[in-house]
Design a protein. Structure first.
Lengths: 382, 326
């Protein structure tokens, strides 16, 4: 058990909304959220609340034996909604396996996301429909894909002038965490992106814990500092402040679109729940560690801001709660109604082109299974 | 007349040139492949024809090379990546086996990552550690990948183009000690389908199956065996995954004896898979057990003793003797 409480460092942290819900002006980043009015703020709250409700429902489904596993994101809603809402539909997102909130901003239908965790699919949705890639379970393996995708964008946009780049230019957001930040592929993805000045924003949600290993073991410096070693900007943002995350990500994406290269964003947040439903944080972190972050809850912060400034009334919050429950019910019903897949379908997508071994094994499998056609589950012949 | 004499290396260069010229989405990426033309000069001159955006000198980093290739493929490009030497592919092993091989399955068939990975492979060049390995079985075990190994200039010219046209990821093992082997390349009449094995020497009494750098060894052994009155058929596998078992089966049903030889260690190798499959398919035709001639179960040895490690004509002849004596 780690016997220290890991306080978040407040050093050079971009913050536009304090934990008390007070708006702080910022000389550089205010200009990136000038369009954010009351309606947009309510929208962000709604996004975050729906995400949290979805997370809660999925956790319950796992506890009830309906999902093999669930990866909670509680506490990271502002980092995900703020960054996701900063993207354009034409930008391409490479998530980890915890970006349920980003998925919402990309219009991925929540029930579809449970197909992975119900053991039905290793993908679950069409990444090309919303430019939201499949979840990648191997930590950091998606990072060089993001850089490569951005290299492809550069080639597609070769010869574009500044005006066209600003209007139609595309960029990539590569999500990763403080845990995967130590993987070699993060390093290589950043080296390549720097070498080729590729339009990719590396978005790290530093949630302080790599399952049981605290952040100070992952890094002796703020992760944003690492960017200097690659020669592009690194910026630390309060990851529980949806406005700051939105502003900083917009800044980074605009920069990338203009052809000014990658940015590393470190969104300082906290994993308020377990790593997965198979995890037990009581074995490695103190209650005090969790309590230190309760006051920084991203939803509570925005709610306070909305209430204190009369930007949303009680009816709004009630409606969001009702909508959340309705969504959760739909998620539950649809997820449990997914038909089970057939193993024979798994043969189809191993290769694009005809493959003799696949054909031979599929034939054998079908014949073998057909041999049980007249047999009941107990093995007796009908 | 469209036949030209070329080295195997230059045939690959010419094949790559054709790919780059015909598919604007194709591109090359790897260490030192641009200005230098690759350590074996296989990509020599291509940067002059197609520019640095399509012949990309990458930073050092195999996971980065394959990982970014996958990303470019998702974006719609058709990357052909070069890994400088066989023993250096392992930093990219994760990208190849967990990502590249499975992209189509994970996307439920919506898209794959049709990346070609060129790897100069095999020993016999008197080099230092990690420059002489044959890791093909490690990749053949992974579903989703295809593996090719040309043995001659004509095949090399056409097979690299077939690999590039394939919608599945292909690992293209280039027999580096045969890079300078000259051969006739018919640039108008394509080689056979890369996934079909070819009988390159017909025979009646025994079959030798091999691929890549050992094809000349197998041919020489068959020629030597002829002097002992044995008619030996030689099959060049060309594709290591999938394997064209039909061609091998048909041959063994005729000859009754099978020797499989490759440079990679015998244990857990491609030869074992062939032996097992042929035992299932042609058990009653076999006059003797299938015999494998491969590397020993040891790290690839130092250059001073590699000749004793590598399968050669005598080892193949010894295997034939054992087969006939059974």
């Amino acid at each position: 058990m780690t016997n220290t409480v890991h306080e978040p460092s407040e050093q050079a942290l971009i913050q536009l909304l304090t934990p008390e819900g007070e708006r702080r002006s910022h000389a550089e980043y205010d200009s990136y959220i000038q369009d954010v009015d009351a309606e947009m703020l309510r929208g962000f709250y709604r996004d975050m609340a729906l995400t949290r409700r979805f997370d809660q429902e999925a956790t319950a489904l796992q506890r009830q034996g309906q999902l093999a596993l669930w990866v909670p994101l509680r506490g990271q809603e502002a980092a995900q909604i703020g960054s996701g809402r900063a993207t354009r539909p034409s930008d391409y997102i490479f998530p980890t396996y915890r970006e349920h909130g980003v998925a919402l901003t990309r219009n991925v239908d929540f029930p579809q996301m449970l197909r992975i965790f119900r053991g039905i699919s290793n993908g679950g949705w069409d990444p090309r429909e919303n430019n939201f890639h499949m979840y990648t379970m191997v930590l950091a393996a998606q990072m060089p894909h993001a850089t490569g995708y951005a290299m492809g964008i550069q080639r597609d946009q070769a010869g574009w002038d500044a005006e066209r780049l600003e209007k139609d230019g595309e960029a990539v957001v590569a999500y990763f965490g403080d845990g995967s930040s130590t993987e070699g592929e993060v390093h290589e993805s950043m080296v390549f992106a720097a070498s080729f000045n590729s339009p990719v924003v590396f978005f790290c949600q530093n949630n302080q814990w790599a399952i049981s290993v605290p952040f100070h073991v992952q890094s002796k410096v703020p992760l944003a500092d690492r960017a200097a070693g690659y020669g592009f900007p690194g910026i630390r943002v309060d990851g529980n402040d949806v406005l700051a995350v939105l502003a900083v990500t917009r800044w980074a994406l605009e920069r990338a679109r203009r052809g000014e290269g990658p940015v590393l964003i470190e969104a300082v947040t906290y994993r308020m729940s377990a790593h997965t439903t198979a995890d037990d944080p009581t074995k490695y972190r103190l209650d005090a560690d969790e309590e230190a972050w309760v006051g920084r809850d991203p939803l509570a912060r925005l709610e306070k801001h909305l209430r204190d400034n009369d930007l949303a009334d009680e009816l709004f919050f009630k409606q969001v709660a009702v909508d959340g429950d309705e969504m959760a019910t739909r998620v539950r019903i649809e997820a449990m109604a997914f038909p089970d897949p057939e193993l024979s379908q798994s043969f189809a997508n191993v290769y694009a082109e005809a493959h003799p071994l696949i054909q031979e094994e599929l034939k054998w499998h079908l014949e073998y299974e057909a041999g049980f056609a007249d047999t009941t589950e107990e093995g007796a012949t009908r | 007349m469209s036949t030209t004499t070329m080295t195997l290396a230059k045939a690959i260069t010419a094949g790559l040139d054709k790919v780059l010229a015909s598919n604007p989405k194709s591109l090359l990426i790897g260490e030192d492949i641009g200005r230098l033309g690759g350590v074996y000069r296989v990509t020599d001159g291509l940067i002059d024809s197609y520019g640095a955006d399509r012949v990309i000198d990458s930073p050092l980093g195999e996971a980065g090379i394959i990982g970014t290739s996958i990303g470019m493929a998702i974006r719609g490009y058709a990357p052909i990546a070069e890994i400088q030497f066989d023993g250096f592919v392992f930093p990219a092993f994760n990208q190849i086996t967990t990502q590249l091989a499975k992209m189509r399955a994970r996307s439920e068939g919506r898209f794959g990552a049709p990346v070609v990975i060129r790897i100069p492979y095999g020993g016999g060049i008197g080099s230092i550690e990690h420059h002489s390995e044959s890791p093909e079985a490690l990749f053949a075990h992974t579903a989703g990948l295809r593996i090719m190994a040309p043995s001659n200039a004509h095949d090399a010219y056409w097979m690299i183009q077939q690999a590039a046209a394939c919608q599945d990821p292909v690992i293209f093992f280039e027999p580096k000690r045969r890079y300078w082997l000259k051969g006739e390349v018919d640039t108008e009449n394509p080689a056979a389908d890369a996934f079909k094995a070819q009988i390159i020497r017909p025979g009646e009494d025994a079959t030798i199956v091999t691929y890549g750098p050992l094809v000349p060894v197998a041919l020489a052994a068959a020629e030597a065996a002829r002097e002992d009155g044995r008619s030996v058929e030689v099959i060049d596998l060309r594709s290591v995954s999938p394997i064209d078992f039909d061609t091998i089966t048909e041959s063994v049903e005729k000859t009754g004896r099978l020797i499989v030889t490759h440079e990679a260690p015998t244990f857990g190798g491609i030869g074992g898979e062939i032996a097992a499959r042929i035992s299932e398919r042609a058990f009653l035709s076999l006059e003797a057990p299938v015999i494998r001639v491969g590397g020993f179960h040891m790290p690839y040895p130092v250059a001073k003793v590699e000749e004793q490690y590598l399968p050669d004509i005598d080892k193949v002849l010894e295997a034939l003797d054992r087969s006939f004596a059974y």
